[in-house]
Design a protein around this ligand. Structure first.
Ligand SMILES: [Zn+2]
Length: 641
């Protein structure tokens, strides 16, 4: 295998300064994604929602933040929900044990999910929770031999059982096709005995670069989850519209205006955002023509009545203003006036055209707690306006808008022209507390070893609030997202990474005439291969969002387990309730071993060496030497940097 999917080359954080100081590859040992065996048929092992959870204090602070992020992804896409444990008889206790693993299904007595060292990645938590919800690995399906080939002679001795498949009287495919893109699929090099030689390959070679992806849930993962749990709705998705259908998602033209928004089909002159003008007979958007009418004429496009469950929402949409600078797009909400009528209006945000005629993304925070409508008002700004205002791909979720949104145009040409090691640097943004921070993107990698990856880092900037902010900025979580611009938010497979701060420092930077903190981040944020798949570069724009959140309130989260009749010993990592499902089926938890090198915890084909009961990974790739530096680094500084 020449091409190794991102996961195999290490998806986790590589802190650049470590690299710089030691000039050696430290990225070959990653989290231990222990294999297990797709959806369990036994309905007694399915959960009731919300699922009680405990975040034990053994967890890294970053892991706690990432687990809560993963919960939000479930709430966005399904009816799965979680709640803090309050003495229930069944629950999930997230604990830092050895590696990343979970039991399959609800044990009914409380169970651990281990988020061990270097498992603190949102996609990994999503994967482990799918196990807990009752799903096995994708390649365990009864029909898997039609889709993948298992290279039995390349599997590490004694590990063959990890490639077992289960017959259709034990697991169900929930009437979905084999899914190479599933977050539950093994990667090609899983349990291999010869470096770089795969143990599992796809029948359709294209998917060899897809299997093992750990970006986010695939579309089929979501379909299965929602079928297993009869989900009719999601918790946090209120509304979304790509304007592809004639009913325009129930949006209405308000009569109290003097112009209209018109549903338009994509054309060479005006391409839509959903399909970027690439398709005939589809690709619609809404257009308000600002080339005629009197100055100040306006058109209102109004949502149906929506019923929020939370108090804060994020309205995300794409817009394009092709007229003269000065045309306006105003976002409003109309709320209940106290009589049950949605009547009271409030202006939320105004976007003024600046002559830039590209599609742009907008995130607008709404804070509504009662039934409401949101609406767009287009306003013709000047008599010489000759264009239009276009909107497309609206998403309204009950989530918090990101603090930072950075849209980088013409990314393909930046990939072609930006040298390895050269960053593009964002403006500085503010988090809700008042800290200022910026993002750097390395289109062709931060260093030679990863020139086929986009690297990303975050730095603190000096800002207007520095005198009152607390320094150093400890226990903050940095989360950076490269946005998959799929019009359906449930199907987005964005790349998300987080780390927590432990120290900070800043030096004066002449280039920005400001203080800049050290860059922290990832050399391997996303591979060029993944970047070109899906919709990361729609309209040739890369969109990055980032947050810098205070997690101090998560330092102490553990609550004691209230004994019930069952055995609720959750602290030793041992199986608590080994319910035998069938005599001839291995136990329903992911295999663990006393030997830290079995199964091989090393990624990138790293060779595992055991010493004093601890695993050390030795890299076998070019430029990679001993990977224990990473262990050394983490032992010195902890995982949080
Ligand atoms: Zn697994």
């Amino acid at each position: 295998m020449d091409d190794i999917p991102e996961i195999n080359r290490g998806i986790l954080l590589l802190f650049f300064y470590v690299y710089q100081q030691h000039k050696t590859c430290i990225l070959c040992c990653q989290c231990v994604l222990q294999p297990s065996r797709n959806a369990i048929l036994d309905e007694t092992r399915r959960w009731k929602f919300p699922i009680p959870f405990i975040l034990t204090d053994s967890l890294e602070l970053n892991a706690k933040g990432v687990i809560l992020q993963a919960f939000e992804e479930y709430r966005l896409r399904s009816c799965v929900d979680f709640k803090p444990y309050e003495g229930e008889s069944t629950y999930i206790s997230f604990t830092k044990l050895s590696g990343c693993w979970s039991y399959v299904g609800d044990d009914k007595k409380g169970q651990n999910v281990s988020i061990g060292e270097r498992c603190d990645n949102k996609a990994i938590v999503e994967h482990e929770l799918l196990h807990a919800l009752g799903f096995y690995h994708e390649q365990s399906r009864a029909d898997r031999d039609d889709y993948v080939k298992i290279w039995w002679d390349q599997i590490e001795e004694g590990k063959e059982h990890n490639f077992n498949k289960y017959e259709d009287d034990f697991i169900t495919d929930l009437n979905t096709p084999y899914d190479y893109e599933s977050i539950m699929h093994y990667r090609p090099l899983s349990f291999n005995k010869n470096e770089s030689i795969p143990t599992i390959t796809a029948t359709i070679p294209f998917f060899n670069d897809v299997i093992g992806q750990r970006l986010d849930f695939s579309a089929v993962d979501i379909t299965r989850l929602n079928r297993m749990y009869d989900c009719a709705n999601t918790h946090t998705l209120l509304d979304q519209c790509s304007f592809e259908l004639n009913n325009i998602c129930g949006m209405i033209q308000n009569e109290d205006d003097n112009a209209d928004w018109v549903q338009m089909l994509s054309s060479p002159a005006d391409t839509d955002h959903t399909l970027s003008g690439r398709c005939r007979d589809s690709g619609y958007f809404m257009k308000f023509d600002t080339s005629s009418g009197v100055v100040g004429s306006s058109a209102l496009l109004e949502s149906r009545i929506l019923y929020p469950k939370r108090h804060e929402q994020c309205l995300n949409f794409f817009y394009k203003m092709t007229g003269a600078a000065g045309d306006k797009l105003v976002i409003w909400v109309r709320t209940d006036d106290g009589t049950g009528t949605v009547h009271n209006v409030k202006k939320i945000h105004t976007i003024t055209g600046d002559g830039d005629k590209a599609w742009k993304i907008a995130h607008v925070t709404l804070k509504v707690s009662e039934k409401f409508r949101y609406f767009f008002q287009g306003i013709r700004g000047s008599s010489n306006s000759s264009g239009a205002i276009l909107i497309d791909d609206i998403t309204l979720t009950e989530t918090i808008c990101p603090s930072a949104v950075w849209q980088i145009h013409n990314f393909t040409s930046l990939l072609a022209t930006t040298p390895n090691g050269t960053p593009l640097t964002s403006e500085c943004f503010y988090n809700p507390e008042g800290y200022s921070f910026g993002i750097s993107v390395y289109p062709n990698g931060r260093d030679d070893a990863y020139s086929d990856y986009v690297g990303m880092t975050m730095h603190l900037c000096s800002g207007e609030n520095d005198a009152v902010m607390e320094w150093p900025a400890m226990n903050r979580q940095v989360t950076i997202v490269a946005l998959d611009q799929d019009p359906d938010v449930k199907l987005r497979m964005s790349s998300t990474r987080s780390f927590t701060t432990a120290t900070s420092g800043a030096t004066w930077d002449d280039s920005c005439q400001c203080h800049r903190g050290t860059d922290f981040g990832w050399s391997t944020f996303i591979s060029h291969q993944h970047l070109r798949r899906r919709s990361f570069l729609k309209n040739d724009d890369l969109i990055i969002t980032a947050d810098f959140n205070d997690l101090t309130h998560l330092i102490k989260t553990e609550v004691p387990v209230i004994p019930t009749n069952g055995n609720n010993d959750i602290t030793d990592g041992k199986p608590m309730n080994m319910v035998k499902l069938r005599q001839d089926v291995p136990k329903h938890r992911e295999a663990r071993s006393a030997n830290p090198c079995h199964p091989n915890p090393c990624f990138n084909g790293g060779v595992c060496v055991e010493g004093k009961g601890k695993a050390t990974c030795r890299c076998v790739f070019v430029k990679c030497t001993v990977c224990s530096l990473l262990d050394y680094y983490f032992s010195k500084h902890g995982h949080n940097v």
